[in-house]
Design a binder for this molecule. Structure first.
Ligand SMILES: [Zn+2]
Length: 205
């Protein structure tokens, strides 16, 4: 994924000298490892093949960021959710910062950051949400909803202040409280006063 290229990673594969003997002849080998990943409330036990570095000269083995990334990817795969790189890829495809993406999607900025770094594994519902966000038309819908939401808030606020015409209509229907239903013709008899007397809207006997 192209998103990874812009990350601040100084070491490319094969550029490490051996930390023990200093030789540049270091290879990547796959090892199988069982580990506990702490990205959920309960640690997840994962068995996966992981890349580690191995010195051909002195036989020393060591890990790098790719080993750790592979652990996180394997833990996400076991849970059945997208990996940290995939989440980062969704956001970066829109050219948005973590802050901007978190604001638009209402995902907490700190939470998004933890997901992208693999320190926290998202639950299934959030994973589905992230999946839907990967479709540009859905992000567009969300943007429209935000815009519409702002407008409708204004409208709602205006509705709280009745216009002169609304007051005139209300008096026509003898409405003095917003929640009281109009009294129909057949109920205008002796029961009307009793019905109106109850505060909770139920008919008084
Ligand atoms: Zn070595």
């Amino acid at each position: 994924m192209s998103a990874q290229k812009s990350d601040n990673r100084r070491h490319e594969d094969g550029n490490y000298p051996c930390p023990q003997c200093g030789t540049p002849q270091v290879e990547t080998v796959q090892i199988e490892e069982t580990f506990d990943h702490g990205g959920r409330k309960k640690p997840i036990r994962v068995t996966a093949r992981l890349p580690i570095k191995h010195c051909r000269k002195c036989d020393f083995s060591f890990e790098d960021w790719k080993t750790e990334e592979a652990r996180r990817r394997a833990a996400c795969a076991q849970v059945g959710v997208q990996s940290p790189e995939e989440i980062r890829g969704i956001r970066k495809a829109y050219g948005l910062s973590q802050k901007a993406f978190a604001q638009l999607t209402r995902l907490g900025g700190a939470t998004l950051n933890r997901w992208e770094r693999g320190h926290l594994i998202q639950n299934g519902a959030y994973d589905d949400y992230l999946y839907l966000l990967s479709f540009p038309e859905n992000l567009e819908r969300l943007k429209n909803r935000r815009r519409f939401g702002e407008q409708s808030d204004d409208k709602r606020f205006q509705c709280l202040r009745p216009t002169a015409e609304q007051r005139r209509q209300a008096s026509t229907f003898r409405l003095t409280a917003a929640s009281r239903p109009p009294v129909s013709e057949e109920n205008r008899g002796g029961r009307t006063d009793k019905v109106e007397a109850t505060a909770d809207g139920s008919a008084a006997e």
